[in-house]
Each structure stands twice: as structure tokens, then as C-alpha cells.
Design a protein around this ligand. Structure first.
Ligand code: HSE
Length: 431
């Protein structure tokens, strides 16, 4: 093994940054052997050196800086690890590093999802690596499997639980029978949800991740605006209970499918059949289920966030880049978006639907609603009626496969019926 080190520079010493350095520190010998050369941290940039860190990492005073630009300008540094997050200043720093001929490893999903094209083009221009395994589903290997191990396949479909916060909340609602607000408060208390949880619970985080995964899987650049999004704040304890009675569990899924009419891209709560492997993924865990043309079904499961799991993903990328540096092979795994596929509108989605209606408990109501649904072309698979209180009852409907446009049209007509109090909720169903 060559003795001269490859120098690393780290931008941002928060959770992911410290997890990355702890991984390096703990496994330094074997990492050096795998990389072919020792990996040495030359500079670590952070704006606040006093805040507490989640793990203990030894950094000497001469490695510390508050000037992130000093890292991307340092001529010795060959790999810049970006763990700041957000669009700026991370974007400017990553582009500067690439222009300076440095390879970049990042865990920044927002940056890759929203400015991926610009970043890949810059990396390509300078024949350097840009790696981002930690940007999607934390410690779970999914970017490189899609780009490398499954490269011989045409990816037809994928479904993922890619947000741990929402999976934790839905799991607790299922276990406890609690309402969304109580489960969210508990998740916040236990540190599984942010003080401002909007990004997670409204599905924005999952949209960024799906945009990245779909761009790679379907070889076509997906913009975040093209992904349909619904969060989980409208899911009630009653929906979770009906799901259980009907043989489903409620999950926030990121779904991508390559269809002859275009890409289907959506993030929303799903009534997922208990027999699907993703149904067993509980708590903060993430999983991505992929259907390849040759491999068939594969599923990737693990911790989608956390100091060391994400550090593991980042370090794996760093080692791969170090190997490429030694073999003069950087820049070989550039952008794989070869085509520009159209994206289908959500109204064109065809799936099964769950519909929960509150109605007046009178003779003939069930028949009237069934007729309206039938006239709109919505065929029913099952019906469940319960008496809620007094004169009111709830009727839950599960449809056969039907276009969403037809369901929306039918729901408008059902809503207008005098005997219907309200449509309490409706959701898409995956078998
Ligand atoms: N907030 C994310 C989650 C983790 O809850 O899964 C970071 O991507």
C-alpha cells in the first residue's frame, strides 16, 4: 500500500460530519487497506465549534476552520465531503470544489434533487467524482446498487419508505390507536421529529429522495415539481383502524413507475396490503423495493437516518472515490439521465382506492352511493358499514383498479348527495 495519504476536507461538522469522521477513526486501518492509501483529514469547516457533538471525534486545532471556502481552495485536498445540507452555501461550495478539480461526496438530498443537473455537468467537465449515497435513505445502499449492481436491468417500478419520521408516526398510530397529533408530539419528544416537522410530515423530504431515485432508476431527470405530493397529517386513527380490518397498513410511500405513457411519480399515504414486504417495515426504519427487468423484486432495508448510518454511507463513497483517484478513473460514474421521459398527471394514475364516507343512517343510502360510483365507472371491491353514533353511520368503500380522474369526479357527485354528511377521507391502495 502506498504511504502518502489522500487528503480529505470536511464541510459541516454536525451529525453526518461527525458520524463520517467517527467511522473513519474507528476503522482507519481497514479503510486505508481498502482505499489503497491512508485517508487523512486536512481541514474541517464549521461555523460553530462550541456546540455539542453527538459523538466524540479527535480533531486538532490546526484541522479546524470556520472558513468553508478555505477547504475547497486547499490544493492538497482531493476529496471534499459536504455535510452542511440545504441549497446555499452548500451549492456554491460544491461547485467551487468541482471547478477546482476536487472530487465531492455529499449527503445533501435537497442539493442533488434540485440542482443535480448543474452539479453533474460540472463534475463531468472536470472529470471528477460526485457521490451522494448518504443523500437518500441514510445508511441503506441504494444509489450505487441502482447505478452499478442493477445497471443491466430496466427498472420498471419502485416503492419506498424513505422518511423515518412519518414511518415512526404511522407505526405509533397503528400500535396505540392514537391520532396523528398525539403521535407527532411523541415523536418530537423522543427526537424522531423536528420542532418544525413540515418537511417530513408533508412529504417534501420524500419528494426530494424520490426525485433522486427516479432520475437514476428511470434514466431521466426528474424535477421535484414533477412529483405529486401529499403528507400524512390528514390520516386519522379511524383510517388506520379500517386499514387493519381490511388487511392493510397505512404507510407514506414514494412510488415511481416507468409506464408506456410516461413516468408515474408520487408521494402520499397508501393503504398497503399486509402481504407486501414493505408493510413489515416499522418505526424509523426505511426500505426501498425495486422491480428490475432481469433481477425481479429486490428490497433494501435499514436505518434511513442517524449519525453513524449516514456516516457509513458517506465513508463508503469516500473509499470508492479514493480507489478511483489511484487508478485515474474519477468521473466514470457520471450522470445517467440519458432520456427525457414525460411525467403523467396524478389524475391518470390507475390504482385501487379506499373511501370513507359519513352518511345519514337511512334506508337506501348505501345503494344511492354505490349507484353514483358505478355510474362514474368506479367498480367496488368491498364495502364496510359501521354505525358511528345516533343517526349517523360510516361507510367505507374499496374500489377495483380505476383511473384517479374517475374517482375524483365520482367523489364530487357523492359529496353532493343529500344523505352524505361528508367524505371523511380517501386514499390510494397498493396490493
Ligand atoms: N428527516 C428524514 C427522516 C431523515 O425522517 O427520514 C433525513 O433525510
Amino acid at each position: 500500500m502506498a504511504e502518502d495519504p489522500i487528503y480529505l476536507g470536511l464541510l459541516g461538522f454536525g451529525n453526518v460530519g461527525s458520524g463520517t469522521l467517527q467511522t473513519l477513526q474507528e476503522n482507519r486501518q481497514s479503510i486505508a487497506l481498502k482505499a489503497g492509501r491512508p485517508l487523512k483529514v486536512k481541514l474541517v469547516a464549521d461555523v460553530d465549534w462550541k456546540r455539542p457533538r453527538p459523538v466524540q471525534v479527535d480533531i486538532s486545532e490546526d484541522q479546524k476552520t470556520e472558513d468553508a471556502f478555505a477547504v475547497v481552495e486547499d490544493p492538497d485536498i482531493k476529496i471534499v465531503i459536504e455535510c452542511i445540507g440545504g441549497l446555499e452555501p452548500a451549492g456554491e461550495l460544491v461547485l467551487r470544489a468541482l471547478r477546482n478539480g476536487k472530487n465531492v461526496v455529499t449527503s445533501n438530498k435537497e442539493l442533488i434533487a434540485k440542482r443535480g443537473r448543474e452539479i453533474f455537468e460540472e463534475a463531468d467537465r472536470h472529470k471528477v467524482d460526485i457521490r451522494f449515497e448518504g443523500a437518500v435513505a441514510g445508511g441503506i445502499p441504494i444509489i450505487r446498487p441502482l447505478k452499478e449492481s442493477l445497471a443491466g436491468n430496466r427498472i420498471k417500478r419502485m416503492m419506498g419508505i424513505v422518511n423515518g419520521t412519518t414511518n415512526y408516526i404511522l407505526t405509533r398510530m397503528t400500535q396505540e390507536g392514537s391520532e396523528f397529533a398525539a403521535a407527532l408530539a411523541e415523536a418530537q419528544e423522543r427526537g424522531f421529529a423536528e420542532k418544525d416537522p413540515t418537511d417530513d410530515i408533508e412529504g417534501y423530504d420524500a419528494v426530494n429522495k424520490l426525485a433522486i431515485l427516479a432520475s437514476i432508476a428511470f434514466e431521466s431527470r426528474v424535477n421535484v415539481e414533477q412529483v405529486y405530493r401529499e403528507g400524512i397529517s390528514g390520516v386519522g386513527a379511524a383510517d388506520i383502524e379500517y386499514a387493519r380490518r381490511l388487511g392493510y397498513t397505512v404507510k407514506l410511500l414514494a412510488i415511481g413507475e416507468d409506464t408506456p405513457e410516461g413516468l408515474e411519480l408520487r408521494v402520499h399515504p397508501v393503504f398497503l396490503s399486509l402481504s407486501h414486504p414493505l408493510a413489515a417495515v416499522g418505526g424509523v426504519f426505511n426500505a426501498i423495493w425495486v422491480q428490475g427487468s432481469s433481477v425481479g423484486d429486490v428490497m433494501f432495508y435499514g436505518r434511513g437516518a442517524g449519525v453513524l448510518p449516514t456516516g457509513s454511507a458517506v465513508m463508503g463513497d469516500v473509499i470508492e472515490v479514493a480507489r478511483n483517484i489511484q487508478h485515474g478513473a474519477t468521473g466514470r460514474l457520471a450522470c445517467t439521465c440519458f432520456s427525457d421521459k414525460p411525467v403523467k398527471d396524478i389524475a391518470e394514475t390507475e390504482t385501487k382506492y379506499y373511501i370513507r364516507t359519513a352518511v345519514k343512517d337511512r334506508p337506501g343510502v348505501l345503494g344511492k352511493i354505490a349507484t353514483v360510483l358505478g355510474d362514474a365507472g368506479v367498480s367496488l371491491a368491498s364495502v364496510l358499514q359501521t354505525r358511528a353514533s345516533g343517526e349517523a353511520a360510516e361507510i367505507v368503500w374499496v374500489t377495483h383498479n380505476v383511473k384517479e380522474a374517475k374517482v375524483r369526479e365520482a367523489l364530487d357527485k357523492v359529496r353532493a348527495l343529500e344523505s352524505v354528511e361528508q367524505i371523511c377521507s380517501w386514499a390510494r391502495v397498493e396490493e
